[in-house]
Design a protein around this ligand. Structure first.
Ligand SMILES: *Cc1c(COP(=O)(O)O)cnc(C)c1O
Length: 495
């Protein structure tokens, strides 16, 4: 059955998947949402006999219904190939009574690779299907990981250009070095004086700037988004939850139909929303455990029903979760509000004007699948140290936020359900914070000395993505104010 994509903010005519991927955001500023969530049409035991690429096809075909089998399989083959350093693509590691789903085996060693390896192919295919002749300009705001993963995905892809904005002082040194050394004539990286929310708000404004759109169109350009609001990002993320379950099943760690919990370190709410969609497709998920760092706006939301971004923005050791506006939450709000765009648009307007909104009791009642909690900086570091000391397993700061929250959940509920923790980055990407957590003495060393130290103590080879930037040349050094982002776009496109 065909899935069409409508807006969360108006009842505008729904579009096909390929059109939604091309546009990124609906014209009214809303997010594209599927008109229904399709059910898995293969049994869990059938899926358990498949590899990652096959599972990816079985899940994605149900959402991207206007792609032909050849088109979709071709995108999948190109994305999940030897860029991943393991045949499993997303392997599970058992440690301390939970299963860590390692989503960091792609080219930039963070989970954004899971979707951004395939998005360029979905986008180019969508452009061809819709007879788009303009060059596609990817405009992205990043809290650190999206930027590099998008740059790596789009570099030198014909018919595309990519411009990434990042908060100049809000990403880790390794994240920054990964971005500013990016090769590819069609790439540009710009730091802004501001935080991630400033960058994201600026990008959203540029997308809805009619004057700029017209000027670009006249010169043969059009925008598209690689941000996690694009359904071309969301759909590939559903795959690994299905895959994780079927691995547990294949390995005899879970019985067919038995439920699992998932714990997701959350920022923009994309990853956990994908898990929610997986549950709604029929995957046996009990609780969706939403883990926040000290920017705990989501924890407060689950506790009180009020989303309130009016608070101090905290820079933490898990920068990819330093977010006060979780864009993808809008898709959940829309759904629990009865898929009523008028009602949802009112809430989002309140968020945009006063920085907050409150959902009613009926909506709140529909959040029972979710459990929210947060971890302090101290708890996060303590979890990294404890897991290393007891199991020899080293996790990154984001994953440690999730592990800390899972610990709280387990204490509070005594729930024994098998649990998968989304491990969203390699510890090598946040080496300094990770090494500081394990050994306070390490702070005097430089970043690459710490990389070698981490490799030694964790007994894991330094990933290729890190070796590559050790001696790489800085190719991007532009920094601008947050109100100069439009000029940066124009300069890049020669407008
Ligand atoms: C982006 C990111 C997150 C947050 O994911 P969302 O989909 O934005 O909630 C968590 N951890 C890491 C390492 C990330 O890069």
């Amino acid at each position: 059955m065909e899935v069409l994509y409508g807006s969360t903010r108006s009842s505008a005519e729904p579009v096909k998947a390929s059109e939604a991927i091309l546009k990124g955001l609906s014209d009214d500023g809303g997010l594209f949402v599927p008109d229904h969530i399709p059910a898995l049409d293969k049994s869990l035991s059938e899926l358990a006999g498949m590899g990652y690429r096959e599972v990816a096809y079985e899940v994605m075909k149900l959402f991207l219904t206007d792609f032909t089998e050849d088109e979709l399989k071709n995108c999948i083959e190109k994305a999940y190939d030897s860029k991943f350093d393991t045949e499993a693509v997303a392997p599970l590691t058992e440690a301390d009574g939970a299963y860590y789903l390692e989503l960091f085996h792609g080219s930039t060693i963070a989970f954004k690779d899971m979707a951004l390896s395939i998005l360029p192919h979905l986008l180019i295919t969508s452009a061809r299907k819709n007879k788009v002749e303009n060059e596609i300009v990817i405009l992205t705001a990043t809290s650190g990981d999206t930027g590099k993963a998008a740059l790596a995905g789009f570099a030198d892809v014909k018919g595309t250009r990519i411009l990434v904005f990042y908060p100049k002082n809000g990403v880790s040194p390794i994240q920054e070095k990964q971005m500013v050394t990016q090769k590819g004539a069609n790439t540009r990286v710009v730091g802004i004086h501001g935080n991630f929310d400033d960058a994201q708000t600026g990008v959203k404004q540029l997308f809805s700037d009619k004057e700029l759109t017209a000027e670009m169109n006249a010169k043969g350009f059009q925008f598209s988004s690689a941000n996690s609001i694009n359904i071309g990002r969301l759909v590939p993320q559903i795959v690994y939850y299905v895959y994780a379950y079927t691995r547990l099943l294949a390995e005899g760690r879970i019985a067919d139909g038995e439920s699992m919990n998932v714990v997701v370190p959350t920022g923009n709410f994309g990853n956990i929303l994908a898990a929610f969609y997986a549950k709604n497709m029929g995957l046996p998920i009990h609780k969706l455990i939403c883990a926040s760092n000290e920017n705990k706006v989501l924890y407060d939301f689950f506790a009180t029903g009020e989303y309130d971004r009016n608070r101090e923005f905290v820079l933490t050791s898990s920068p990819s979760m330093d977010i006060l506006i979780s864009s993808n939450l809008e898709r959940l709000i829309y759904r629990i509000g009865g898929c009523d765009p008028t009602k949802n648009a009112k809430l989002m307007e309140a968020l945009s004007n006063g920085g907050k909104y409150r959902i009613n009791d009926d909506m709140k009642g529909q959040l029972q699948d979710f459990y929210g909690n947060y971890a302090t900086e101290e708890e996060t570091a303590g979890t990294i140290r404890r897991l290393y000391e007891t199991c020899g397993y080293v996790i990154d700061t984001h994953t440690a936020v999730a592990a800390s929250v899972y610990e709280k959940y387990r204490k509070e509920t005594e729930d024994q359900t098998k649990t998968v923790i989304a491990s969203t980055a390699s510890p090598f990407k946040f080496t300094r914070s990770v090494m500081n957590a394990i050994d306070a003495e390490s702070d005097s060393k430089d970043d690459f000395e710490l990389v070698d130290e981490l490799s030694r103590i964790a007994n894991v080879a330094v990933p290729k993505a890190i070796e590559e930037i050790r001696h790489a040349e800085v190719l991007h050094d532009i920094v601008c104010e947050k109100d100069e982002m439009k000029d940066a776009v124009k300069a890049f496109l020669g407008l």
